[in-house]
Design a protein around this ligand. Structure first.
Ligand SMILES: CC(C)(COP(=O)(O)OP(=O)(O)OC[C@H]1O[C@@H](n2cnc3c(N)ncnc32)[C@H](O)[C@@H]1OP(=O)(O)O)[C@@H](O)C(=O)NCCC(=O)NCCS
Length: 361
């Protein structure tokens, strides 16, 4: 047990002092080494900018656990910004994440941080919290809390060196022979012009709607232009490229592969949505757009050593393509959900919170 009491307090990126930031940075570096050793993380100035920047579609709050002046645990809350389109369907939900430094675990600190989550849910009328677990401690903690496992996803990684470029040429060519012979390629590298991007939000939203999300109780994922505009502004600042490969059937998107590259992590490309419209499934189009994307990446960024992607564990078709390309599982993340009343009952149990939760707005 720490000798000094633990304080649970909000962390406000707009008013934090240099000393408070230094304590936060020290903590996040230790936590990154515990969970993702060797992985690059944001430089301090970039991280501070990231926390201060206004995101158009959503907001976040941060709470920290302090032992003396040392940050030893954190809670991050993410939720839809009020006034955004269709706010009502997002309003009941909050995403929560965070952690506790290893030497401080099993002392009730994460439970006390959840006291701040509950206070937030009560103050803002949130019904359901979604929390992710990647390691055994987090699973044990969320299971002890009584949260329900809803969805499992894997981060897959593909080393660039082992790729069979001849096979990829064939995959790309096969997509536009046979039934896809009349399809036409549209490829963007850098930025998609905003008017074109605007016209793609609706078809991309339809396509992402078919991605399995297990039993998660959440509104459907949607592509939204303001979020992209804001992301582009960030890439203008820090350096990066949005890469899009599509096969079009007239004006319709038959298949898409989306990815991005960031100058600050130049050895990797982050692969986002790959999807094929329902009438076009089973005709080799996903392999075609993936192959074209890999060739585009090689051509624009010879320094890239790996592709990183996230897939639902239940997504057999994309996992099969990814396995054939050489993707291997790097990390598994399971999403849990708990409703406000269950959380309250759990935290109200005698002796459950051993630290006083701070008032939190
Ligand atoms: C998950 C995590 C935040 C828990 O922090 P913590 O401060 O140790 O949690 P608590 O002390 O409040 O644990 C509360 C209860 O959860 C259960 N629990 C927590 N960690 C456990 C573990 N490793 N094994 C078994 N049970 C565990 C226990 O029932 C515990 O009560 P007890 O100690 O009285 O038995 C911490 O292990 C962590 O930072 N993990 C990595 C980051 C992460 O995955 N975060 C996502 C969390 S949603």
């Amino acid at each position: 047990m720490p000798h000094q009491p633990i304080d649970i307090v909000p962390f406000d990126p707009h008013h934090a002092t240099a000393a408070q930031w230094a304590a936060y940075h020290a903590y996040r570096r230790i936590r990154a080494e515990e969970d993702i050793p060797g992985e690059p993380i944001l430089a301090d100035a970039d991280f501070e900018h990231h926390l201060r920047r206004r995101r158009p579609m959503d907001e976040s709050r941060r709470v920290i656990a302090l032992h003396d002046d040392r940050v030893v645990g954190n809670l991050l809350l993410d939720f839809r910004r009020e006034g955004t389109p269709d706010y009502e369907s997002f309003a009941p939900f909050v995403g929560a994440g965070g952690g506790v430094m290893q030497p401080y675990r099993r002392q009730g600190i994460a439970t006390a941080l959840l006291g701040a989550l509950l206070a937030f849910m009560q103050a803002h009328g949130k019904r359901t919290a979604t929390l992710g677990a990647a390691g055994p401690d987090a699973h044990a903690f969320l299971q002890a809390l009584g949260a329900t496992e809803k969805h499992s996803a894997v981060e897959n990684r593909l080393p660039f060196d082992g790729l069979d470029w001849n096979a990829l040429d064939r995959w790309q060519a096969d997509a536009t022979s046979g039934p896809g012979a009349h399809l036409r390629w549209e490829i963007h590298a850098g930025r998609v012009p905003l008017d074109r991007l605007a016209s793609l939000m609706a078809p991309f939203t339809v396509l992402i709607g078919d991605i399995p999300l297990g039993a998660l109780d959440l509104p459907a994922i949607r592509y939204e232009l303001p979020a992209h505009v804001s992301w582009y502004e960030e890439m203008d600042r820090s350096g990066g490229e949005h890469l899009v490969v599509m096969l079009l059937d007239g004006d319709e998107v038959a298949a898409v592969c989306n990815a991005h590259w960031e100058q600050r992590f130049p050895d990797r490309v982050f692969q986002a949505l790959t999807a094929v419209a329902r009438p076009w499934r089973g005709k080799g189009l996903a392999k075609g757009v993936k192959a074209a994307m890999l060739k585009l990446v090689r051509q624009r960024h010879p320094e890239v050593r790996m592709i990183v992607t996230h897939n639902a564990e239940a997504n057999a078709p994309i996992l099969s393509i990814n396995r054939r390309l050489g993707f291997a599982i790097h990390r598994q993340t399971v999403s849990y959900q708990i409703d406000r009343e269950s959380l309250r009952r759990r935290l109200d149990e005698p002796g459950r919170i051993r630290l006083p939760p701070a008032p939190f707005r």
